[in-house]
Write a protein of this length. Structure first.
Lengths: 131, 131
DNA sequence: TATTTATATAAGGATTTAAGAATATATTTA
DNA sequence: TAAATATATTCTTAAATCCTTATATAAATA
């Protein structure tokens, strides 16, 4: 429900290499060397991207002797979307981040100006028609 | 179902300013000047981010005289998640992007090596126990 | 303990991106 | 047509990001 958590998760998926890794892990669990070999990418590149996905809680790691197997936390993905939808549905007033925004909206400075302009325009048109 | 389309949409949401704009538009439709005023951001900044969201088909624009009102295409969001889930479920073999990957996996060079190592290790342990 | 294998982290360079300033375009009105 | 208003686009700079190379860490084995 936290904005930062949301955009960071989307940012994590919103990158071609990481989406490719996510797609691989959707097929099953793989260790770093397998991903590196199958995707034909250098190992540090895989590790770094996996770290980003892990930091967002989207993948899990599982050490087996030398190898660290990574797998998708599918529940985390569903939670992500659910939280995002809930975030969009949440009343602005209850979100601390929008405190100042809500104040500005209550003043309706901008809306007021627009409305005034529109009213003025309509009045002008009407008075024009009366001539 | 296209990987590029997917990661670009997530990338669009995966940025704090744009997520904030999306959240605003989830409350209703706003023109650029309203967003600019309420979010206390310079107008070009709003326009630029709206363009990115629009390019991904996540928001719609609607001109009314001077003003361009933007609104959320909620259906596009649902479609995005649906397509993402479908992408994850799709067989690797049917995705052109993974053609080479599938070939490498079929060779099982990496798996083979790992398996061999594990088998060797197990054999060593077994032979050790027999001593 | 030294070596091997797999993975993680750090440093560097190249590219991309976001933000602000300046300018251009579009629509309406005088 | 000129001026006013709202929006879009361009340009520049600073920061972030990605990839590679090099190095460090962790686990297993000789």
């Amino acid at each position: 429900m936290d904005k930062k958590k949301l955009y960071r998760a989307f940012k994590a998926i919103g990158e071609p290499t990481r989406l490719k890794i996510v797609k691989m892990l959707a097929q099953g669990s793989f260790c770093v060397c397998e991903l590196s070999e199958y995707l034909d990418m250098l190992q540090p590149r895989i590790s770094q991207h996996l770290k980003i996905l892990k930091d967002e809680g989207l993948v899990r790691e599982n050490r087996e002797s030398y190898w660290v197997y990574y797998s998708l936390d599918k529940e985390a993905f569903h939670r992500l979307w659910h939280d995002f939808m809930a975030y969009l549905d949440t009343d602005l007033k209850t979100l601390g981040e929008f405190e100042e925004v809500v104040k500005r909206m209550e003043n309706k400075v901008c809306n007021q100006r627009i409305r005034d302009t529109k009213i003025k325009k309509m009045q002008n048109k009407l008075s024009g028609e009366q001539n």
